[in-house]
Design a protein around this ligand. Structure first.
Ligand SMILES: [Zn+2]
Length: 263
């Protein structure tokens, strides 16, 4: 069985900026807002590299960019003892979610966003001292929700992979709740951006969820659960494990966040 371990320390931002530039070249530009975003990323990335800076805060300072009070909260689903869904080969969802999150986090930071993440390693984030898997899972979800609701002006994205009994189904789908204004619009933009950028065959529609999607329902900020694709589809599962496709997904989510935040 393939074991995936993602270390944030091993993540090479500078290498990835070059990677994003290559990626940008291969993308269709859907609208002016995205074009502006790409320009901002390129300018910030070049400034960051030239100044030998490693953090987005430094990159922002180098460019005299004001700090926006909007916070992007990113959640990589599952982690630690909870692997989430698995491919037919037994590869767990948790590592794919995390790798997409790390790509997205760095892209957003380079573009000047303030970003918070629920986890940046393979771990559950339950409180110390909690015993029993069910209690740990409950504490873990409470702590994720606490971060979603920590800021008054946030956009929250929870990254997951889908599963179904029939392996023929594929494609990303966005889930949202009607408890907070903005979640539906964010879901719509995310769905459209996935179709425009990487999944032209995808005809799925955004899906309204209830309390069963805990984070979506109880979040007090616009929140979308992004199901990036189906691990139960062998072709899509293979793609979802590649670095290149994970970067494409991260870029699509980034583009959608940028479009939503500029409305
Ligand atoms: Zn999941």
């Amino acid at each position: 069985m393939l074991v995936i371990f993602f270390s944030p320390k091993a993540y090479d931002l500078q290498k990835d900026i070059a990677g994003y530039k290559m990626l940008v070249k291969s993308f269709r530009i859907p609208n002016k807002k995205t074009l502006f975003a790409l320009g901002s990323v390129a300018v910030l990335a070049i400034a960051g590299i030239c100044a030998g800076l490693g953090t987005s805060a430094d990159a922002k300072a180098a460019n005299g960019q004001p700090t926006n009070d909007l916070v992007i909260v990113l959640d990589a689903g599952h982690g630690g003892m909870d692997g989430g869904g698995t491919t037919a080969d037994g590869v767990p969802e948790k590592g794919i979610n995390l790798n997409i999150l790390l790509n997205l986090r760095d892209l957003l930071r380079v573009a000047g966003y303030q970003v918070e993440v629920t986890r940046d390693i393979d771990t559950s984030i339950h409180d110390k001292g909690i015993e029993g898997i069910a209690n740990q899972k409950s504490s873990d979800m409470d702590n994720r929700l606490a971060l979603f609701n920590k800021y008054d002006n946030a956009i929250c994205i929870s990254i997951h992979q889908n599963l179904f009994t029939d392996p023929k189904y594929s494609g990303a789908q966005m889930f949202y709740s009607d408890q907070v204004e903005g979640s539906q619009e964010l879901a719509k933009i995310l769905q459209e951006t996935f179709v425009e950028n990487i999944q032209p065959e995808n005809t799925r529609e955004i899906k309204l969820s209830g309390k069963e999607l805990f984070l979506c329902y109880f979040s007090e900020n616009p929140t979308v659960m992004v199901e990036c694709g189906f691990l139960s589809n062998p072709d899509e599962a293979a793609k979802l494990q590649t670095e290149e496709y994970q970067k494409e997904i991260a870029f699509s989510i980034f583009s959608a966040i940028n479009e939503y935040s500029s409305l």
